[in-house]
Design a binder for this molecule. Sequence first.
Ligand code: AQP
Length: 340
Amino acid sequence: MDEMAVPASGRTRIFSGVKPTGHLTLGNYLGAVRGWVEEDQHRADALFCVVDLHALTVEHDPARVRRLTRQAATLLLASGLDPEVCTVFVQSRVDEHARLSYLMECTASDGEMRRMIQYKEKTAREQARGGSVRLSLLTYPALMAADILAYGAHEVPVGEDQAQHVELTRDLAIRFNQRYGATFVVPKATLPKVAARVMDLQEPTSKMGKSHDRTAGIVYLLDEPEVVRKKVMRAVTDGGSEVVYDRAERPGLANLLDVLAACTGGDPERLAGAYDSYGALKKDVAEAVVETLRPVRERHAALAAEPAYVDEVLGRGAERARGMARPRVDAAYRAMGLLA
Ligand code: AQP
């Protein structure tokens, strides 16, 4: 492996991101952000990014994307990412992502892009809305591969829905290295033990996704406590009255138990045994979620009042990220035959 494979510090490098396609959800928090805050930033040389270029792959309102980008960055800091410990930045401010994305498009095949589940699902969703499907929706996993590979990341902490894209990134890194010489670290996805896929409270067979149209089953990080309670108390549970943990047969109930376990540090199966009614379970889930989100909401309110501080953090983060990505992306250009 070349000398760029390991960061100068010799530590593991971690990269992950969040798309400003909507307000951040409980799924984003439990599936990804909380692990970045509590573990990843402390144990590795870590970069966390608001991947705004990815928000342009579907119909978008420029002013809304701008607003959501700032809000997402503020929420990452409010959740506890410490800019003195890790690098927090906005993707579009670092040109290396787009530069490397093109090389990834020249490494991937049309067939492997079309096999991506998210492409199939989002294409169906866009068509149902009567919208056209942007070419970037097909090619976005190439950009995601670039996001990860530019930094020589060893690990990519994500929710389950992104595991397929990280798998593709691995394939592209291996293929590139074999064809053009060792350039990229081959990364792996790391998933949380519980809540790797938080489901929509109204449609427990679908992922809770921040860009989805129906919002009754989505808990947003900035929802007022009363709104959180209402959404949880109205969650769809399955037929029957016994509280058991069965993801296949009782997905609504299993989802509530997963959320409770993630918020309280318990085990979903064991927690099931502690309840004899859905009502009591929902009440405890609602309170656990409210308490988990309370400090995030409070810190967000304080940080939102200090936009200059957030700007300064993002400016510093982008500069640091650029410095880390540039040598590897230049090397990839040269390896592929360009006069970089
Ligand atoms: N429901 C979820 N459960 C667990 N993890 C989740 N993640 C997203 N949803 C869940 C993880 O959060 C990180 C950032 O997600 P994202 O911004 O890439 O995707 P999203 O929130 O799902 O946004 P969209 O626009 O609504 O996307 P789709 O089209 O997927 O529904 C990732 O690590 C993700 O795994």
